[in-house]
Design a protein around this ligand. Structure first.
Ligand SMILES: Cc1ncc(COP(=O)(O)O)c(C=O)c1O
Length: 398
């Protein structure tokens, strides 16, 4: 049977990773893969994670199944982290949460739920959006349509154009929004813009599907959740796919949650039974380890504080790099304004150079980023900022 399958080309990011690993040049700069890196280029295990993990291993008495909805304590603490400890929804009975294998699992489960409730639903995604949204959502049988988002001329959001496009969507259309630290552009909505989108979503009766993979890595744990909290407080139905991969550094532990807000407690209860059935049919039970670690951290006030401090260090490093790289670029490429990089949030930005120039950066200067010039800002280091800016100046012909 399998001889009928055609091979497909590998994900370009995998080829980029392999090429960078194989490059022996000591000056190489890896801006490709979307993981946080410290100033030594490492992605270490957080100290709070190590501590929670040690306590978990010492105390764990069984490896029996956790159940299809996962760790109930984790789900509850995640609701509080995402919505804020004082959010009116927490005591409303309208939120139901399921632990998922990473944010990807949450996106897929949310898509399966939408498909179950309304098989012809169309999900509207930003242009551009994270490449994996396409297989995750369309794999559940949903159709995807783009809406305008990133403005290449300013490095910000094309807000008027986006709003005009959303205004034309039919009632019950699904609107996928990045809660913060938009991947791949780094361009986020302001609080005022979130309020305007909320008014439109209400008026057009759209269903928001929020993807929050970087809470705490943009402006802070509270600010990054502004849009999600606002929408969840004001709308009858919202889906929130949340990842612990980046902010807890738990990438390979596959830790995330899907929070579904329903219009009534009865609808929430019915939705939960369906979510459990859907999860049973995909991964049956989520992996335990990462969620047990997050439970251990968020459930312990002093460990939660220690984790939040580590997260602050990561966020400040990214913010500092954004400012510093703009300064270096200003010094070496004065003909071009890169100021937008400092105004954006999270790990990603488009440098805004051509594919040819991206290749030159790779081949002549050992600087690796995807062909669309998306770079992981956290892959830069204080010591190579000037090298990077000089290389950009050279490929721009400055
Ligand atoms: C926009 C976005 N959503 C969701 C995810 C999900 O990540 P994971 O499944 O590793 O938790 C990512 C990870 O890169 C992402 O960038």
């Amino acid at each position: 049977m399998f001889e009928r399958l055609e091979p497909i080309t590998a994900d370009p990011i995998l080829g980029l990773m392999a090429a960078c690993r194989a490059d022996p040049d000591p000056r190489k700069v890896d801006l490709g893969v979307g993981v946080y890196r410290d100033d030594r280029g490492d992605t270490p295990v957080l100290a709070a994670v190590r501590q929670a993990e040690a306590a978990l291993i010492a105390a764990q008495a069984t490896k029996t199944y956790v159940g299809p909805a996962g760790n109930a304590g984790f789900n509850q603490l995640m609701e509080r982290m995402v919505l804020g400890a004082e959010h009116p929804l927490l005591s409303s009975g309208r939120v139901r949460s399921v632990q998922t294998p990473g944010g990807c699992g949450a996106l897929r489960l949310g898509a399966e739920l939408i498909r179950l409730a309304s098989p012809t639903s169309v999900v509207h995604v930003s242009t551009p959006t994270w490449a994996n949204h396409v297989p995750l959502l369309s794999g559940a049988g949903l159709k995807l349509e783009p809406y305008p988002y990133y403005d290449r001329a300013t490095g910000g959001v094309q807000f008027e154009t986006m709003m005009a496009a959303l205004e034309r969507l039919p009632a019950r259309a699904v609107l996928l929004l990045h809660a913060s630290c938009h991947n791949p552009t780094g361009a986020d909505l302001s609080q005022g813009q979130w309020r305007e989108v909320l008014a439109l979503v209400k008026r057009r009766q759209l269903l928001p599907f929020m993807d929050m993979a970087y809470q705490g890595l943009g402006e802070g744990l509270e600010d990054d959740a502004f849009g999600i909290r606002l929408f969840c407080a004001e709308l009858p139905e919202v889906l929130c796919a949340v990842s612990c991969s980046k902010n807890f550094g738990l990438y390979r532990e596959r830790t995330g949650a899907l929070h579904v807000i329903s219009a009534t407690t009865a609808a929430a209860e019915a939705t939960f039974t369906q979510l459990v059935r859907l999860a049973r049919g995909i991964w049956s039970m989520p992996p335990d380890h990462g969620a047990a670690i997050v439970h251990g951290i968020l459930g312990d006030a002093s460990l939660a504080r220690a984790w939040a401090e580590e997260l602050t260090v990561m966020r400040r490093r990214i913010q500092g790099l954004r400012r510093a790289v703009v300064e270096q670029l200003r010094a070496h490429c004065p003909q071009r304004d890169f100021g937008f990089i400092a105004a954006q949030h999270g790990m990603f930005s488009f440098l805004g150079v051509s594919t040819q120039q991206v290749r030159e950066l790779r081949e002549r200067h050992h600087i690796y980023m995807t062909d669309d010039s998306r770079m992981n800002v956290a892959g830069l280091r204080q010591e190579n900022l000037e090298y990077f800016a000089r290389a950009v100046a050279q490929v721009l012909g400055g």
